[in-house]
Design a protein around this ligand. Sequence first.
Ligand code: ZN
Ligand code: ZN
Length: 176
Amino acid sequence: MIYNVAQLLKAPVGTSQRVELDNDDHLDLEENEARLAGPITGQVRLHRTNRGIFVDGVAEVPVELECTRCLKTFTQKFELPIRELFYPVIDVETGLPVAAPEDDDLSYPIDQNHTLDLREAIRQNLLLALPIKTLCKEDCAGLCPQCGKDLNDGPCDCVPDTEDDRFAALRQLLEQ
Ligand SMILES: [Zn+2]
Ligand SMILES: [Zn+2]
């Protein structure tokens, strides 16, 4: 996901180049952010614009997630639309520094070696796509709060609600 774009930067505005995302699975993700479950795949197009290079395409990122209800880990593939502007920090022809665009928080730099690194853009898009609540399936039954059994495998032997039972006993006493 790292490309040398010196040739493309020298090409006229409007030139574009298609690249496959390679199997580099290092995204610099923090332990608490996400875990990749396999290689990143996908395809993007690099477009030479008058401001730099616009990257447009889709990254397919398999992520290992933990179900918030039953705590099982499962893999989910995220199809992340990538639409990012990359701007050069030096001019490819003159070697002189180029001022960053004013909205540079919306874009990424191409370094002085004319290297365009997609990893941070993919990481940012992935973090935005990750759900706060992750469920292995929409109707996951979760774990029994008393015995911890995975209720997706069937019911456990726990009395459903002990509090109700106590009230029932109390009611019986009152009725006597
Ligand atoms: Zn679950
Ligand atoms: Zn139980």
